[in-house]
Design a protein around this ligand. Structure first.
Ligand code: FES
Length: 369
């Protein structure tokens, strides 16, 4: 009798412990979900400053409406801007690199290039005035500085200088570091060399930082380097190419040529980190039939990418980088062939495609991956 009572009490205790365990576990999961949602919830920020540079570049400074601190980030990361900039006021989102870094940020700085057919950049140009409110995601992205202390070669083509500037800030913020930093910035005109005065000043202050601006269409007044950026110029700027880390951010064509040139010179893929902005301007084909997973059939109409075609028909997958690196837009190709405009920079299973960096090479059948 006594043994039975003891057994019953023990079972009761085990049951109670199990219930407590389930409660704690459930509470932890709820807390985790709440934290994640909070981390990903868009921020409504106010435009504190706006500056137009060289006719087509926009510098925006965003801050919390009540001047609170903003989520921290790693240099090189971006935010997604969310705006009713699509056809008929449809909401779209675009990634913009954070152009300045601070360990405890109170503002985010963005650089936006006005693209002739860029719905978001046109919207930002017209709508974002000082005092306007804009929604952006918390910072995100994998294009960040690695932890090692090897020589750093940062290369920005045009507006691709924005994440590089944040990386310069972060790399110079380590006073105990002797890491050598080389920054190359290629632009068509000297006026488009964003942040030039700041980089000149930093190069004077920090002997371990070199700034190499390069102009492809200079006026007679330009005294600096002239010509186009290529891998050779990057390699000439570095003292030990075999151990340096190369970070590139540029339009797709320049990025592709720099990437190929570095690999051909013996730089390993692990030493090269890149992020593209914008989309190749080359138009795609017309009248190619795309059959979707639900049986719907749409046709291309000269869009620059398969993703653009899907967006035009309201059936696009989520997208972030629009440059083949985040993997967000991944789809499964069931029939047909695509033409890659840029080699994917993330791992793909056989048959997977990234519609942001490819165009149909004929009729296709696709479905969600
Ligand atoms: S949107 Fe990032 S890979 Fe396509």
């Amino acid at each position: 009798m006594k043994i039975a009572a003891l057994l019953l009490a023990a079972l009761g205790l085990i049951g109670l412990a199990f219930v407590i365990y389930l409660l704690v576990d459930g509470l932890r999961a709820v807390l985790e979900r709440w934290r994640n949602e909070r981390r990903l919830r868009p921020l409504a920020l106010v435009v504190r400053a706006r500056e137009e540079v060289a006719g087509d570049l926009l510098r925006l400074t965003l801050a919390h409406p009540r001047r609170r601190g903003l989520p921290r980030f790693d240099a090189g990361q971006h935010v997604l801007m969310l705006a009713p900039a699509g056809p008929g006021g449809r909401a779209i989102r675009r990634a913009y690199s954070l152009a300045a870094w601070h360990p405890r940020p109170t503002q985010y700085e963005l650089g936006i290039k006005r693209e002739a057919q860029g719905a978001m950049s046109s919207w930002a140009w017209d709508a974002l005035l000082p005092g306007s409110v804009v929604r952006v995601s918390p910072p995100r992205g994998e294009f960040v500085l690695g932890p090692d202390d090897s020589e750093l070669v940062l290369t920005g083509g045009g507006i691709g200088i924005t994440p590089m500037r944040a990386m310069v800030h972060a790399a110079l913020a380590r006073p105990d570091s002797s890491r050598r930093i080389v920054l190359l910035h290629a632009a068509r005109h000297a006026e488009a060399l964003l942040y030039r005065a700041e980089f000149d000043r930093l190069a004077e202050l920090h002997p371990r930082f070199s700034y190499l601006p390069l102009v492809s269409r200079p006026t007679a007044a330009w005294r600096g380097e002239r010509g186009r950026l290529d891998a050779r110029r990057m390699l000439d700027a570095v003292s030990r190419p075999g151990s340096a880390q190369f970070y590139l951010c540029a339009g797709m064509a320049l990025l592709e040529s720099l990437h190929t040139g570095l690999l051909a010179a013996g730089i390993t893929p692990a030493q090269i980190h890149w992020e593209a902005f914008g989309m190749a301007a080359a138009a795609g084909g017309y009248g190619q039939a795309i059959t979707l997973g639900d049986g719907r059939r749409i046709e291309t109409a000269g869009e620059p990418s398969l993703l653009a075609t899907l967006e035009a028909h309201d059936c696009a997958p989520p997208s972030e980088c629009r440059a083949g690196s985040c993997g967000q837009c991944r789809l499964r190709l069931e029939a047909g062939e695509v033409r890659w405009m840029l080699a994917p920079a993330c791992r793909l299973d056989d048959g997977d495609i990234l519609p942001c960096v490819c165009q149909p090479a004929g009729d296709l059948r696709i479905r969600a991956a």
